[in-house]
Design a protein. Structure first.
Length: 501
């Protein structure tokens, strides 16, 4: 069935045609028709199956064919897409821009890691579709300009991942500010009990799609297990990369620290690589993804932040540097290759202490994965360096560095104070008592100094001084605070006191 057969708006069909979409994927073929009729959707499909078009195309059609009742005026947000990660939000927005190129529809992304100003501008000027991560959206909802009262379509994408990341309370807070009357499209790769409960609360007589489908990697993915000791994983990775058929590789690690260490090791071996994880800034993450897509980097080393929903075409291989301990994570990782019915390879390094994780994965997918050994690799070699520095050692190094920084800062402050005091003493020695201008011109000694020298005057603070009129009002020192007969209360040496400003 071609996309034109769905009855989509002609401008939307034109955008789909420009993207060379020829036929819908199974989730698209099942979800688009009931969504176009206004039904709520509960979709459960593997990652990489085309869920984005399955919810975005009917949403765009609804917005094109149902104009708001208010007529002309400021555009209001009419559709909201909630996603778990910044990268997925950016990917959905890019897909929207491409599919809506022949339509007047507009969209914006609301994500963390970037300035809130442009996002506030999107709220104030108005867009049709808002694509947001829950945390940053809640930041905006504390302000009056963030108005979601006109939402007609709510979409939750990768709902199970949002549950894993702890977003479920945030989602429930967001739901409280949305209109009760709306269409809800709910998509998830897996369906744990918490997600089922949330779906039951949100959806009204939904059309259920592939609900009972057993979670498993896509059929076009060739999977293999590489047994190897922990200390040799980085060397086995380099050995595999000598095969030029590994053109574009996403390498998943268990922690952010290991991702950094693997990327650094690959760079030292001459392999162009980038890294993406939660400690990288949004600009760094965007640059890494863009460079990998453009072919600048052969390997993208990532944590599970990149395991969901990011559509990177032509990923030839996925390598699990660390064996996942949850079967769903394994499915989502290997789903980065073989997307949209394409083919790909997924290799998993398994050390002896990870065998139990592998058994969990094999039980979930229903069969035993083949074990492979690399004939050209020396499995008995000793690693020259440890890949991962123990946590206690890293903490001790951080504390030592911080202590050294504080010590250096203290030395700089002492040095600055020493230089400042020496300069002040020198200036005091060299400073002459300023002579009154007229006295100096006449060649006379200043009156105060003259009186003091002749024994007929008093010291500067000791009473009335010759040559200077006594201030009226009975107070001598204008530098002191406090009132006087002719002086308003609340005035001090700098004029008005703080209380009167």
């Amino acid at each position: 069935m071609p996309f034109a057969a769905f009855g989509l708006h002609p401008d939307i069909v034109a955008g789909v045609r420009d993207l060379a979409f020829t036929r819908p994927t199974p989730i698209q073929a099942d979800a688009i028709p009931p969504a176009l009729k206004g039904h709520d959707i509960l979709g459960c499909a593997a990652t990489g199956s085309g869920k984005t078009a399955a919810f975005m195309l009917p949403t765009m059609h609804h917005l094109m064919t149902h104009r708001p009742a208010g007529g002309a005026g400021r555009r209001r947000v009419r559709a909201l897409v909630l996603t778990p990660t910044r990268e997925l939000a950016a990917q959905i927005h890019q897909n929207l821009v491409e599919m809506a190129t022949h339509t007047p529809l507009s969209g914006a992304i609301i994500i963390g890691g970037v300035a809130m100003g442009p996002q506030e501008h999107a709220f104030r000027t108005g867009v049709d579709i808002l694509i947001a991560t829950p945390g940053r959206l809640l930041d905006h909802l504390r302000n009056s300009y963030a108005d979601l009262s006109a939402i007609e379509v709510l979409i939750l994408d990768e709902a199970d991942r949002m549950l894993d990341m702890g977003f479920l309370p945030d989602i429930r807070r967001i739901l409280k500010v949305l209109p009760v009357k709306r269409q809800t499209l709910f998509f998830s790769a897996t369906m744990p009990a918490e997600i089922r409960s949330l779906a039951n609360d949100l959806l009204k007589n939904p059309v259920v799609i592939q609900m009972e489908r057993k979670a498993a990697p896509a059929a076009g993915i060739t999977q293999a297990i590489y047994p190897v000791g922990q200390h040799l994983k980085q060397h086995l990775l380099v050995e595999l990369l000598k095969d030029q058929q590994l053109e574009s590789v996403i390498c998943f690690t268990r922690t952010k620290h290991r991702a950094n260490r693997v990327a650094d090791f690959l760079e030292r071996q001459g392999v162009a690589s980038a890294r993406i994880h939660g400690n990288r800034s949004q600009a760094q993450r965007t640059a890494a993804l863009a460079g990998f897509k453009a072919g600048k980097f052969r390997v993208l080393v990532a944590t599970d932040i990149a395991a969901r929903g990011i559509d990177i075409s032509d990923v030839s291989h996925v390598i699990n540097f660390d064996c996942p301990h949850i079967a769903e994570d394994y499915i989502h990782r290997v789903g980065r290759t073989g997307r949209a019915d394409a083919i790909g390879d997924a290799f998993t390094f398994v050390s002896p202490d990870e065998e139990s994780n592998l058994r969990i994965i094999e039980r979930a997918i229903g069969h035993r994965l083949p074990r492979v050994t690399l004939p050209t690799f020396n499995y008995n070699q000793q690693a020259a360096e440890k890949l991962e520095i123990p946590l206690a050692q890293r903490i001790a190094a951080i504390r030592q560095r911080k202590a050294q920084e504080r010590e250096n800062q203290g030395r700089r402050q002492m040095s600055d104070r020493g230089r400042g005091g020496h300069a002040g003493r020198q200036g005091h020695k060299e400073q002459a008592w300023p002579e009154p201008r007229h006295a100096a011109q006449a060649g006379q000694r200043p009156r105060e100094n003259q009186g003091a020298a002749e024994g007929g005057g008093r010291s500067v603070g000791g009473g009335a001084r010759q040559g200077r009129p006594k201030p009226q009002g009975g107070f001598k020192h204008q530098g002191r605070s406090g009132g006087g007969p002719n002086r308003p209360s609340g005035y001090g040496r700098f004029g008005e006191s703080r209380g009167n400003r």
